[in-house]
Design a protein around this ligand. Sequence first.
Ligand SMILES: [Zn+2]
Length: 149
Amino acid sequence: MEETRTVSAQWELSTYKFRIEGGGLQLMLRGMKEGRFKGVRCHKCGFVYLPAPFYCRKCYIKIHEPVDVDDHGTIMSYTVVMSDIRGNPMEEPQISLMVKLDGCDSWIMGTLKGKDWRDVAIGQRVKIKWAEQRTGTLQDMECFVPAED
Ligand SMILES: [Zn+2]
């Protein structure tokens, strides 16, 4: 088992921007509306992305082979947020995860509910809790919850 280390730090997060290329995001959102994930595999190296970029970041070639990605996965990294951006303590600590879903090589981010933050560890299994009313947006993925598989 890997060692878990705790690092104290202060991060200034006044803005946060990220970019997901259109085609891979649209494919992922269409799948999410149906309660499943669609990623794209590189036909050269086999790496599976979710959401998919236009090109493989290892091979630098265009990729377009859709593949199913499971909604169960493994915690690869996590952090526990104890205070809001202004430093005020949160009512309930928020557990932010990086998860490697089964059948996928890239990681996705989400929050974990239904588990005390003191009991979270790298390598634990989690699954997506889908929103009951799905609309084809990122909000269709409500959160991660512990999985017993
Ligand atoms: Zn590749």
